[in-house]
Design a protein around this ligand. Sequence first.
Ligand code: SF4
Ligand code: SF4
Length: 326
Amino acid sequence: MRRLVGIIQSITPARLLTLAGVCFGFVLSRLLKRPILFSSPSFLTVEPVCGCNLQCPECPVGTNELVRPRGQISLETVDSIIEHLGTKAIWVNLYFQGEPLLHPNLPEIVAHFSKRKIFTSISTNGLLLTAEMVDGLLEAKLKEIIFSIDGASEEEYLAYRKGGSFSKVVGNIQMVAAKRKAMGLLFPRIVFQSLITSANEGNLKNIRRFAKSVGADAVELKTLNLSHAADSNNLLPSKSKFSRYSNLGKKQSRLSCFRLWSNTVIAWDGRMALCCMDKEVDAICGEVFSYPINSWNSVQLNGIRARLLTGVDIPRICSRCSLHTL
Ligand code: SF4
Ligand code: SF4
């Protein structure tokens, strides 16, 4: 309900027209098997920080396997993104490869998007939240905060969130809920997000109950994205319905990926990634590829769209993608 209200508040005629153009362009592209774009993307992902305070075993940031430089976005880059894409975008995810609360100006970044009435969402491990930071985010009109917590007990939590503290995250969820209530606000929507792992797969009902009891508005259960085959033994749930890998290897029937028409992902240094699976930000052309140049409708990106539409020479990243079945 809160999410729907937030989205409705972000809708303008220009944004509605953009979304229609995104959908129509995608449908037409699939029919004609060549990329056609009528608009800029409706959905943005902007990376405030590349870097983290935790060491989660399947995250390239947590394991320090990510090769690209760490850093934090400047307010100039944020303003440049808003200037080029802000009037058409409905939604921005302010997270990608890292912990957004590490950015000292996060409330200011949120406020810049909120001023343009764009729905703002952050996803956090929740450990660095302070009372002052919560006040800043509420004042900045943050619309959604997703807590990655992965279970309803310290044991389930620590199976994945190495270096974290379950009780601290729970306390911080309660703090956000209490402050929101005290200020009589509808937002931010509080999401309790849990990866489904071998440690919690038998306890999903309890996770839902627990999330409600600590003040969350919604629960999101996510399948694990594995980077290390060895971890499939100790982290992957035993039931195949909880694994995003159960469909891999089956005949792939659906061509193309809507994300390449609807979403853009921009790293902290202003470079554009292909999508959220492009963690090294090197899938489009392997070099600097920044806004504000017209990257969205570039020869390079349209080349990738065409490869997906025709099914000929599908990029390696897409052929291994567990997010979309091609
Ligand atoms: S909290 Fe998020 S960004 Fe940090 S190591 Fe874990 S998965 Fe990676
Ligand atoms: S990697 Fe996956 S999500 Fe990204 S463009 Fe390819 S198919 Fe789409």
